[in-house]
Design a binder for this molecule. Structure first.
Ligand code: CAA
Ligand code: NAD
Length: 300
């Protein structure tokens, strides 16, 4: 891959201190993996209650990891969990967290304006060397970065859900991202134990799960089968670990809707991005999938 990078005033940054904005499924997962690999992590969200739930989620996930990793040594497992949790602090003040960070990674709601506003604020207070990155599924990194003055120190880091299990990270460079920034993000992904792939900035990243889910959500009402049948068919016939309806619930139906609506606004005649009545109805009812206990399926 031949790539031209912009130049940067800042040399390679070794990422030690990480601020993660958004303590939802993705932010908490990334915080867990970064803390496990020895980084000092500050997880930021809008309320202490949300942050408490996020840390509880991290602890729950670590217990699942430890059950296998320390199968015969439960005490060492508990010690491991406490050690990782000591690397995680929480805050509702993104500005002060950013002041102490080598990397600020955003994993909040999939909304361009909200992401732009946060980075605009943080750009004024973060140190010169601090790299900014977004975990967006579908928004152009160039657009998110446009409200900052650190275009050379801005990239995409696209993790997959569930972060502790999924090995891939798509590292996105815009035309303004410096080589130093890109290398730092690649290296950070490797230190986290992930396999990074390099991705050119565009609308969305390479692994476009969403259109795939969308096609089947569309397909079902026209007689291809019930959601249960579609999911079973894709698991047993195509070897997917989850069927498209299960996966949509797992990702979050609000996120799926944000992605489809965003793409539809840009390409209104593309039938893949046509509105999906059932999805819109579930989102309007607050049934956002696994994270709220109900989506296409019921949980618990
Ligand atoms: N934390 C820690 N360990 C976990 C975990 C988590 N969150 N989730 C699963 N595990 C581990 C545990 O060891 C678990 O064993 P226990 O239940 O005994 O704890 C083991 O995995 C098996 O899990 P399950 O029995 O629950 O189910 P599974 O075998 O189906 O595996 C899965 C779970 C890894 C999530 C698998 O179903 C899968 O790979 N699903 C597809 C996920 C996928 O496609 N993700 C991408 C979504 S799209 C995206 O992320 C991009 C975007 O921008 C929208
Ligand atoms: P989520 O709904 O689980 O969590 C979002 C969190 O962000 C919530 O806790 C919310 O309180 C917080 N938040 C919202 N606005 C905030 C603000 N201004 N400041 C601080 N915190 C704020 O969402 P998620 O599934 O974790 O997705 C987050 C991002 O990651 C989205 O951009 C999404 O497209 C992307 N992503 C999602 C998945 C997935 O499978 N869910 C996979 C890869 C990427």
């Amino acid at each position: 891959l031949c790539r031209h990078f912009s130049s940067s005033a800042v040399r390679n940054v070794v990422i030690k201190n990480v601020t993660i904005i958004g303590g939802g499924q993705m932010g908490a997962g990334i915080a867990q993996v970064a803390a496990t690999t020895g980084h000092s992590v500050t997880l930021v969200d809008t309320s202490d209650d949300i942050l408490k739930t996020a840390v509880k989620g991290i602890e729950g996930s670590l217990k699942r990891v430890v059950k296998k990793k320390f199968a015969d040594k439960p005490e060492a497992g508990e010690e491991f969990i406490q050690k990782v949790l000591r690397n995680v602090s929480t805050s509702t003040d993104s500005g002060s967290a950013a002041q102490r960070s080598d990397l600020v990674l955003e994993a909040i709601v999939e909304n361009l304006k909200i992401k732009q506003d946060i980075f605009h604020q943080l750009d004024k207070v973060a140190p010169e060397h601090t790299i900014f990155a977004s975990n967006t599924s579908s928004l152009p990194i160039t657009d998110i970065a446009s409200t900052t003055s650190r275009l050379d120190r801005f990239g995409g880091l696209h993790f997959f859900n569930p972060v502790p299990m999924m090995k891939l990270v798509e590292v996105v460079a815009t035309s303004a991202t410096s080589k130093e920034t890109f290398d730092s993000l690649l290296n950070f992904s490797k230190v986290l134990g992930k396999t990074p792939v390099s991705c050119k900035a565009c609308d969305g990243v390479m692994t476009s799960q969403v259109p795939l889910s969308n096609m089947f959500v569309l397909g079902s009402p026209s007689g291809h089968g019930s959601k249960e049948d579609v999911d079973i068919a894709m698991k047993l016939g195509a070897g997917h670990p989850m069927g498209p309806f299960e996966l949509a619930d797992y990702v979050g139906l609000d996120t799926i809707k944000f992605i489809i609506d965003g793409w539809s606004a840009k390409d209104p005649s593309n039938p893949l991005f046509a509105p999906i009545e059932m999805l819109n109805k579930l989102v309007a009812e607050g049934k956002l999938g696994k994270k709220t206990g109900e989506g296409f399926y019921k949980y618990k």
